[in-house]
Write a new protein. Structure first.
Length: 139
């Protein structure tokens, strides 16, 4: 689970904070997966420092659902360093994710050259209602 004071948009594909799955890549891939742990898609709670009581209940329900589903949740399919996907310089072979770049190419499977919102790796997310307190300007 990850919480962010930022609303979702700044952590999206063109957001100023960087796309969430790419921001988390060093932790999810470089630390957890690299050391042998299966990595599940994260649960994100956006605008966590501004949610109201209803938002808190919705985020808590999302976390409970994800915990209950852990045994049925597919881990993120990262590519294996020594499995033939990379050359001797540890660069992804050109026939894999042709034309793709960025961290998304390091996930195995179809359509992973660039992850779009809602695809595997983004996980489940709680987004406060656009009209709720999270839109208030901070003082």
């Amino acid at each position: 689970m990850v919480t962010s004071g930022s609303p979702e948009a700044p952590l999206g594909p063109r957001g100023i904070n960087g796309q969430l799955d790419e921001v988390l890549f060093p932790l999810l891939h470089g630390t957890l997966w690299y050391t042998g742990m299966p990595v599940l898609p994260p649960v994100a709670v956006y605008g966590a420092d501004r949610i109201d009581a209803d938002g808190y209940r919705a985020a808590a329900a999302l976390v409970r659902e994800r915990v209950a589903a852990i045994g049925r949740t597919e881990p993120i399919a990262f590519r294996y360093q020594n499995g033939g996907d990379y050359d001797e310089s540890l660069v992804l072979r050109p026939e894999l994710a042709p034309g793709g770049s960025g961290l998304g190419v390091h996930r195995a499977g179809p359509g992973t050259a660039r992850l779009e919102p809602g695809q595997a790796g983004r996980g489940d997310e709680y987004r406060p209602d656009p009209g709720s307190a999270h839109r208030r300007k901070r003082r």
